[in-house]
Design a protein around this ligand. Structure first.
Ligand code: ADP
Ligand code: MG
Length: 380
């Protein structure tokens, strides 16, 4: 067991890392963050911020020398970095689990090999493979295998010609061609798993996206109980097959009443932000607990919750990026009862950049959603 006041290492300095740092601090740990951005949200509140690349071995040696355990908030940390650190200290999740989640080809292959539900897809690594893709995959989404997020590195394509065009635009890199599914809704499951294999699963939530970016999370999801049970079951199977230790996010599509895994995130998930305000234990505290070998906390929700992401557009008057740059008027949000505002202290707002979020909690799911939508309308 890693006990306070030990120092923990966090690879990645984004908002997910920032919430981890807060949770760890509350529990009496110190945290060092490694992130190449000197203004990273987690780095700003860490005990030490190593401003270095993820493959800077001098910085990794320094991290290993100071920390008792290391985790990540960023799925694109090179697996070699995790493997290297694991020679010196405990690293969760493992390099092998992260490697599956950080590459769409490895991810879908993992699902297929383990008989887990997924939509129709083809791996395309060459022009010929794009041309030869099964016609029934179209209309489709072409996604670069690595480094995509928030809908980046994706193109909707109606036919093989459009797919070929997009493939070239992505530089001829290995891609995943997925059939475009007609979605009833999207769900996600966030869970934590410890080294002994105990799993602690939060209630599945419903996620609504805008322009490929998560907009709203509604927790718990108001879908049939059989779907909820199935989502928990599949997420648990994924964690077990990956021998996963830490907090894991699993995104699902619901299509024609059936459940398909969309993707996995080897870290806390945006759709689990509400666990800070609405659950007995947050997804970030679970990440600390799993890393340190403490018993996992109780995931039970004490309130219904709706989370709304706040994107960079809000900082531009009139919601157009050409408008004046100014701080949004937060007072209008603070006027909404039971609304908790979280801002990430990012240096500059850009279109589509996640700058903060708010969570509305309440006893009644419908009223909570109405209050959150009201909050979103008044802030812009
Ligand atoms: P990211 O890494 O950007 O989150 P995703 O693969 O989750 O990438 O895609 C982002 C969103 O785009 C999804 O949550 C969903 O709304 C939509 N989307 C992606 N793939 C499909 C698909 N095959 N069919 C329908 N919608 C899709
Ligand atoms: Mg996604």
């Amino acid at each position: 067991m890693i006990l306070p006041p030990a120092t923990l290492g966090m690879l990645g300095g984004g908002q997910l890392g920032r919430f981890f740092v807060s949770a760890a601090h509350e529990m009496g740990y110190r945290v060092w963050v490694l992130d190449p951005d000197s203004h990273s949200p987690a780095g700003l509140i860490a005990d030490r911020h190593l401003v270095a690349a993820y493959d800077d071995y001098a910085a990794l040696d320094e991290l290993a020398g100071a920390c008792a355990g290391v985790t990540t908030e960023f799925e694109n940390v090179p697996a070699a970095t995790l493997d290297y650190l694991a020679k010196f200290l405990s690293v969760h999740p493992s390099a092998s689990a992260v490697a599956v989640c950080q590459n769409r080809i490895a991810e879908k292959t993992f699902l297929a090999d383990n008989g887990l539900p997924h939509g129709p897809f083809a791996v395309v690594r060459s022009e010929a493979e794009v041309r030869n893709a099964a016609p029934e995959l179209f209309p489709a989404v072409l996604k670069v295998a690595r480094f995509g997020y928030d809908g980046k590195g994706q193109a909707r394509v109606a036919n093989p010609d459009e797919a070929l065009h997009a493939f070239h635009q992505f530089g001829g890199e290995a891609c995943m061609l997925e059939k475009m599914l007609s979605l009833d809704c999207e769900l996600s499951v966030v869970l934590a798993r410890d080294e002994a294999g105990n799993v602690s699963c939060f209630d599945p939530s419903e996620n609504r996206h805008r322009h490929g970016i998560l907009d709203i999370t509604i927790a718990p999801a108001g879908v049939a109980s059989a779907l909820i049970a199935r989502a928990r079951e599949v997420a648990g199977q994924i964690a077990e097959k990956l021998d996963y230790v830490g907090t894991l996010g699993v995104e699902f599509f619901v299509c024609g009443g059936a459940l398909y895994v969309n993707e996995m995130a080897p870290r806390p998930h945006n759709s689990g932000h509400h666990t800070i305000d609405a659950c007995v234990t947050s997804q970030y505290e679970q990440q600390v607990r799993a890393l340190c070998g403490l018993p996992l906390g109780e995931p039970r929700a004490h309130s219904a919750a709706v989370m709304v992401n706040l994107l960079g557009e809000l900082w531009y008057d009139g919601a157009h990026m050409g408008g004046t740059y100014r701080e949004p008027d937060w007072s209008v949000l603070h006027a909404v009862p039971n609304l908790r505002l979280h801002l990430y202290a990012k240096h500059h707002a850009r279109a589509g950049r996640k700058m903060g979020h708010f969570t509305v909690i309440g006893g009644d799911a419908e009223k909570t959603l109405a209050a959150a939508l009201h909050g979103r309308a008044v802030i812009g």
